[in-house]
Structure formats: structure tokens, C-alpha cells
Design a protein around this ligand. Sequence first.
Ligand code: ATP
Length: 250
Amino acid sequence: MTTPLPEFAVELMNVRKQYGRHVALRNLSLQVRTGELFAFLGPNGAGKTTTIKLIVGLLRPNAGEVRVCGHEIGVNGVSAKAQLAYVPDQPFLYEKLTGREFLHFVAEMYGLSNAERDRELKSLSTRLDLLEYYDQLTESYSHGMKQRVALAAALLHRPKVLVVDEPMVGLDPRTVRVVKDLFIEHTRAGGTVFMSTHTLDIAEALADRIGIIHRGELIAAGTLAELRSQARREQSLEDIFLALTETQNG
Ligand code: ATP
């Protein structure tokens, strides 16, 4: 019998995060449902990367709780992290491994059999166009190439929750299309995507729900229709984003 999926894949409850005396997040509460593609938007310095690092357990909150698939990350870190894959805005690969070696290493770390690994990689390496430089050291890769390998590594073990910080930066238009399709397929298969982005048209096209953070506080969250009604009149996500973040200024 399989365990039923929890209602919420990601939950932040009254989270506060300070760097020294600087308060980056103040009393942030946010819930992302299982199977949802959630886009997290906000001006520079608003607190997006800080929130993401708290979700994946790279930072600890000063107050509040962070849960992934019901596991509190500060208490059951290993169980929470087993549900996750994380792609940071600056993808990290081991430079002295080739793309193939890195992906095999990740597969082994997540306990995939060779058959599972090869099946997943066959599809991902073709779709993300990795084959041409598969056997070169990753230190020679461009940013976009690194990003593609990092995305393949993240999807390889079919995580319940995929957390991605600015996933489309540096990718060519063809790869952007592939990544959009992969994210949609991931949620259709019951997975969850938490994505921070400045690319509003991607958020508008892909997201089931959108959250907007400004100066460490969540100022709006909901479907595009709900955000439209909150911002009144405004139609495009760009208009809504500008209206909501401007009215909060000063
Ligand atoms: P951007 O869109 O520019 O990437 P962001 O929304 O991801 O921004 P964060 O990187 O989370 O924002 O930063 C939130 C706030 O916390 C900013 O004021 C930033 O200067 C500050 N901050 C982030 N990391 C640190 C750190 N390690 N030490 C001190 N302050 C930090």
C-alpha cells in the first residue's frame, strides 16, 4: 500500500530569518499544495533565495517552522531532504567529473538501480541535449550547459518536490521550452515545483499559483485570477507585480 501524499508539499509557518541584524524574512507563512507549480516572485533582495535555502535546509530560521511533505526540515532533515531536489541559481557540479560521471554519481546517491538510471538518463539526456558534451569535464561547460546537467540531476530521481531558483536564466529558447515541458510533466505526475523567477511571462504561463514577496513579507499569493482581483483592474502579471510592489513602497 502506498502512503497517501500530504496535502502540502511545502509549508512555511511564521518564519523569520535574520542575517546579523538585517531581517531578511519577517513572519513568512506560505503553503504550496502537492502537485502544484508555484512561482515565487519578488524584486531584487526581497527574500526569494533566502526562502528557498530555508526550504532545502541550507539555512535555519531564527523562528518558525519549515516543512517538506510534512517533515520538519530542522527536525527530520534527512526525511525532508529525501523528498527534494534543488537547483540553485548558480548550478554546482563537480568540476573534475564529466557530465555522465556526475549524473551517475547523483543516481547512485539516490539509490537508483543501473537500469532505472539508464532509463531516466536516456530520456533526459536527449531532451536536454546533453549527449554532445557528456564525456567532457564539467569545468569546460558554459553556464547553460551546467544548468542543463543540474536540471537532469534534479529530475533523475523523480523527487516529490523540485525547488528551482531562477531556472531559465542563461538557457536558450529551445531549452526553455524543454524545461517548461519537464516541469509541467513533473506536476502532472503528482510532483510539486517551487520556482523563483523574475521572468513574469514564464510564471504567467506555467504557474498554478503565484506568491509575491516584498521586503521579506508575502504580499500576495493565489492564482493569477486571484491576484488580478487583489490588484484590481490590472491585467498582465507584470502590471499586477508592479502595482503590488509599488503600493508597498515607502
Ligand atoms: P535577488 O532577486 O536579487 O536574487 P532575493 O529575493 O533572492 O534577491 P535574498 O538573496 O534572499 O533576495 O536576500 C534577501 C535579503 O537578505 C537582501 O537584503 C540581502 O542583501 C540579504 N542577504 C542575503 N544573504 C545574505 C547574507 N549571507 N548575509 C547578509 N545578508 C544577506
